[in-house]
Design a protein around this ligand. Structure first.
Ligand code: FAD
Length: 498
């Protein structure tokens, strides 16, 4: 009996996307395949991507990751949501929390009760009914008891790739260091046949995963798959990133602070602060952006700010022939809602659900591409929403407010405006509560809402809402500060490299 040749997976690139893919494949289909990962220390990784969303936790569970170890190794902190500052106008602030807001009824979502109360002159703010928001703003955190919080992580991107490599290599992934000089195609089929390195080494494979970042060496440079440019909707194209010394205890949320031509982030880790400045090069020069970022950095910068240019959009197909693009090679939407690592994880999950792949899986590839596209467009629309509803004065922001949005988003805005209707479709990442938090946070109040709550006498509605707020207020004193919790749970206590 002749033995079947083993299926060979070649992962090109070892950033977050490459190592997430390698760690997941080896854990779940390791015995079925040979996995080789090629990366180049000389090229390095994009080195950003430090804020996540709660789906990272279920993905980590699939990988059997111990949370304490992972957090210690990556100097991670907890994240309960994002604080949007100056987005509506200067001085304004709203919070987009993880978890649920208020309590919905079978036929009527919570926002309708809140909007009814607001119309009647009581009820407070929408996220007054979110435990995550209130805990975040009080700097508090705990996992499990005493309060069930929905959370994600802030992590050190370089340490994260190293942590995943530490899982993947001992489990059987072969790592090859070297620069890819050429991508060879099969003369008959046109599929990718091998990667040729500068050393002359040739790595053959059956399936190639393109994790080469913005370079997109396989999916674009070689296969010329095509790219849909979304710059007309999201015109930022540049970011400066710099890390700085910690000056205060880390808050359990990401900060996204609008400025005249974009926004800047603050991502607190246990040992340092991550800072970034996202901007449109048509509205601000690199020198001005760099200066504005450094003026806003809270502690001593740990190196010179690094400029990253990007193009917003998506590859026309993420699975093309025997190549699947995962990570920045598949496209990019600015990091306002920290969605890129999630898109990596969901793509890898889908890859596993389709495993093993053969060369003639046309229908599966179509389905894979449709789902990727739907998810990415959904994220794109949600990001545009933050911009389109702004009331700021600068040209960058005015242009945004006047710019047409994709039809899919226009439909959502119209439905919310008419009757406070928000929804989450099958391939949609963002929940109804998320749409509400950003719509109302960006100052959009609907013309009407579901009238069922109006059947409740004001006193009953006020009592029900008061009970929800009281329930949250009663939880807060039981929670330790995030700093106390981290110290007992996963303190990294590492020196900061100067
Ligand atoms: P990279 O990190 O660029 O890795 C590419 C790999 O390919 C490297 O190992 C490189 O050496 C290798 N490579 C390339 N060419 C060759 C070659 N010729 N030969 C050999 N190897 C090669 N995502 C989030 O989820 N949250 C965030 O907060 C967030 N913030 C971001 C902020 C900015 C400004 C940007 C630009 C992105 C951000 N992202 C964020 C996205 C996130 O950084 C990426 O999704 C994630 O890091 C994955 O990157 P990657 O692995 O695809 O690419």
């Amino acid at each position: 009996m002749t033995e079947q040749p083993r299926y060979r997976v070649v992962i090109a690139g070892g950033g977050t996307a490459g190592w997430v893919t390698a760690a997941a494949l080896v854990r779940h289909v390791g015995p079925l395949v040979d996995i080789t990962l090629v990366e180049s220390d000389a090229i390095g990784t994009v080195g950003v991507g430090e804020s996540t969303i709660p789906t990272a936790r279920s993905f980590h569970a699939l990988l059997g990751i111990n949370e304490r170890v992972f957090m210690r190794e990556t100097n991670a902190t907890f994240k309960l949501g994002i604080s949007f500052e100056n987005w509506l106008r200067d001085g304004d602030r709203y919070f987009h929390p993880f978890g649920t807001v208020g309590r919905s009824m079978p036929l009527v979502d919570f926002q309708h009760f809140w909007l009814r109360a607001r119309e009647r002159g009581f009820g407070g703010g929408y996220t007054d009914y979110s435990l995550e928001t209130q805990a975040a703003l009080a700097g508090k955190f705990a996992t499990g008891d005493p309060a069930p919080l929905s959370f994600a992580y802030h992590l050190d991107a370089t340490a994260y790739a190293a942590f995943l490599r530490g899982l993947a290599e001992p489990a059987g992934v072969k790592r090859v260091e070297g620069k890819i000089r050429q991508v060879e195609r099969d003369g008959d089929s046109g599929d990718i046949a091998a990667l040729v390195l500068e050393s002359g080494a040739r790595i053959e494979g059956d399936l190639f995963i393109d994790c080469t970042g913005f370079r997109a060496l396989l999916i674009e440079e070689t296969l010329q798959t095509g790219f849909d440019d979304w710059g007309k909707w999201l015109p930022t194209d540049s970011a400066f990133a710099v890390q700085s010394e910690t000056t205060e205890p880390p808050v359990p949320y990401t900060r996204a602070i609008a400025h005249g031509a974009g926004w800047r982030w603050r991502i607190p880790l246990q040992h340092r602060m991550g800072n970034g400045f996202v901007f449109s090069s048509a509205h601000l020069s690199d020198d001005e952006a760099r200066e504005q970022l450094l003026a806003a950095v809270p502690g001593k910068p740990l190196f010179d700010p690094r400029l990253i240019r990007y193009r917003t959009g998506a590859r026309k197909r993420t699975w093309n022939r025997n190549c699947i693009a995962i990570g920045l090679s598949s496209g990019f939407i600015e990091p306002l809602e920290s969605t890129s690592i999630h898109l990596v994880m969901i793509a890898v999950t889908r890859l596993l659900q389709n495993f093993p792949l053969r060369h003639d899986m046309v229908a599966l590839a179509e389905r894979f591409n449709e789902q990727s596209r739907a998810e990415t467009e959904h994220v794109r629309d949600f990001i545009i929403l933050h911009y389109t509803l702004n009331q700021r004065d600068e040209p960058f922001w005015r242009e945004h407010a006047e710019r047409a949005v994709p039809d899919s988003l226009a439909e959502r805005i119209a439905a919310y405006r008419e009757g406070a209707m928000a929804w989450q479709g099958a391939d949609d990442l963002f929940r109804v509560d998320s749409w509400n938090a950003v719509m109302t946070g960006q100052g959009m109040f609907p013309q009407d809402y579901n009238r069922m709550p109006a059947l409740m006498p004001d006193a009953d509605l006020a009592r029900a809402l008061g009970d929800l707020r009281a329930g949250i207020a009663a939880q807060l004193p039981k929670l330790p500060s995030q700093t106390e919790f981290l110290a007992g749970y996963c303190s990294a206590a590492k020196e900061v490299a100067a």
